[in-house]
Write a protein that binds this ligand. Structure first.
Ligand SMILES: [Zn+2]
Length: 108
């Protein structure tokens, strides 16, 4: 059974017992553990490459060894985003104080 819990999809675990005792884990954890054929270590976490935390296809997941590793991934994205601001591909709307994509084609 799949249950929506906040922004992540959670799944019931039939594998028993887990080392951490949980009976429900996020779907991305389940997908990665099945891929690795082992449980995640306590410090390991999963990054969603396209930013969609409900897209748990393996190709959208990146195993991070710890929070610092994960933080570096996000920092690299922000660095690229600022370069796109410099290139005017991303612009800043001073009325609503938000960034927006300034693309030649329609986007959603
Ligand atoms: Zn992330």
């Amino acid at each position: 059974m799949t249950k929506i819990n906040y922004k992540y999809i959670k799944v019931d675990i039939e594998r028993n017992p887990r080392p951490d005792g949980r009976s429900k884990i996020p779907e991305h954890t389940d997908v990665m553990e099945k891929h690795l054929k082992r449980y995640l270590d306590i410090d390991e976490l999963i990054h969603h490459i396209n930013g969609n935390k409900r897209d748990n296809r393996l190709e959208n997941l990146c195993l991070c060894k710890d929070n610092k590793f994960h933080g570096n991934i996000h920092a690299s994205l922000i660095k690229i985003a600022y370069r796109l601001v410099e290139s005017s591909i991303i612009k800043f709307d001073r009325e609503i104080n938000e960034y927006y994509a300034h693309l030649p084609i329609e986007y959603k």
